[in-house]
Design a protein around this ligand. Structure first.
Ligand code: DGT
Ligand code: MG
Ligand code: MG
Ligand code: MG
Ligand code: MG
Length: 269
């Protein structure tokens, strides 16, 4: 086909190919979810509906897009890790980031009512995205550890903060002052002595966030088959192995998780 005289405009497009052999991480984060949570009456500090909806959207992203090895989410954010060897969209950063964020955002709206029932969605939510490359497995593990440590620090703070406000009747400013300069041990102690809460017994999803990995699951289905010598159809049970995206709420900072699921970091995985 003859090229038009306008073709040269393509040369203005910049190359955004991700470096080979690096883990490609896309992290998205809800835009102004402080306000979004208020407006939609999210339970404080953790709303199960909101957290489960985030995970449903992340599962959809993993199933719809190619080459995602693991995802990690907490609060209004999710990180998706694409395999080092991925050739998806010739490793163009903008393709990875925009596909992840738009698939996630449309899923958030699409599945909203399944999680929030009568709570109407009042306005269209938005998400930002960024892309970071990690050249070594250790860098990637440290990245995920950083997000899980962030989850822990914020959740411990928020748990005590909202106890002080909701149970002890402190104003948010008073609760903030009370927690100023306290260490993790002090916060655990306030929870235990004033509210009879052992922080370690708080739900794992709140304390650890959500890890999504691929797992083989056996699925039993009933199938109608017709045997060659028989006239009637017969129902038989057959077991199929499928790979599914499974949520876990476990520690990913220590070695145990990576030893249990070595295929996640495997070169040819
Ligand atoms: P951004 O990301 O800069 O546009 O602004 P925000 O407001 O989204 O700030 P960010 O992402 O640092 O913090 C997440 C906000 O989302 C934070 O204000 C608390 C809120 N949020 C997330 N999950 C929950 C939840 O389960 N319950 C409640 N009440 N709030 C939540
Ligand atoms: Mg932010
Ligand atoms: Mg946000
Ligand atoms: Mg956030
Ligand atoms: Mg197109």
């Amino acid at each position: 086909m003859a090229k038009s005289k306008f073709e040269y405009v393509r040369d203005f497009e910049t190359d955004d190919t991700c470096l080979p052999n690096c883990w490609i991480v896309v992290r998205l984060d809800g835009r102004n979810f402080h306000r979004f949570a208020e407006q939609h009456e999210f339970k404080k500090p953790n709303d199960d509906r909101a957290l489960h909806l985030m995970t449903k959207c992340a599962q959809t992203v993993m199933q719809e897009l190619e080459d995602i090895a693991i995802a990690y989410g907490q609060s209004d954010e999710y990180s998706f890790v694409f395999k080092k060897k991925s050739r998806w969209f010739k490793r163009r950063a903008s393709k990875f980031m925009t596909h992840v964020v738009s698939q996630f955002a449309s899923s958030y709206v699409f599945y909203w009512k399944d999680y929030f029932k009568d709570q109407q969605l009042l306005y269209p939510p938005g998400f930002d995205g960024r892309i970071v490359l990690y050249p070594s497995n250790q860098n990637l593990k440290d990245y995920l550890s950083w997000r899980q440590a962030d989850c822990h620090v914020n959740n411990l703070y928020n748990t005590v903060f909202w106890m002080l406000v909701q149970r002890s009747g402190l104003t948010p400013v008073q609760a903030q002052d009370r927690l100023q300069g306290t260490l993790a041990g002090d916060k655990n102690e306030i929870l235990f002595s004033e509210f009879n809460i052992n922080y370690n017994n708080e739900p794992l999803m709140y304390r650890k966030g959500t890890v999504l990995i691929w797992q083989k699951v056996n699925e039993v289905i009933t199938k109608k088959i017709k045997l060659p010598k028989e006239t009637e159809e017969k129902e038989v049970e057959v077991t199929r192995t499928r790979t599914k995206v499974v949520p876990l709420h476990c520690d990913i900072i220590g070695d145990q998780f990576w030893e249990e699921y070595p295929e996640i970091l495997a070169e040819d995985g």
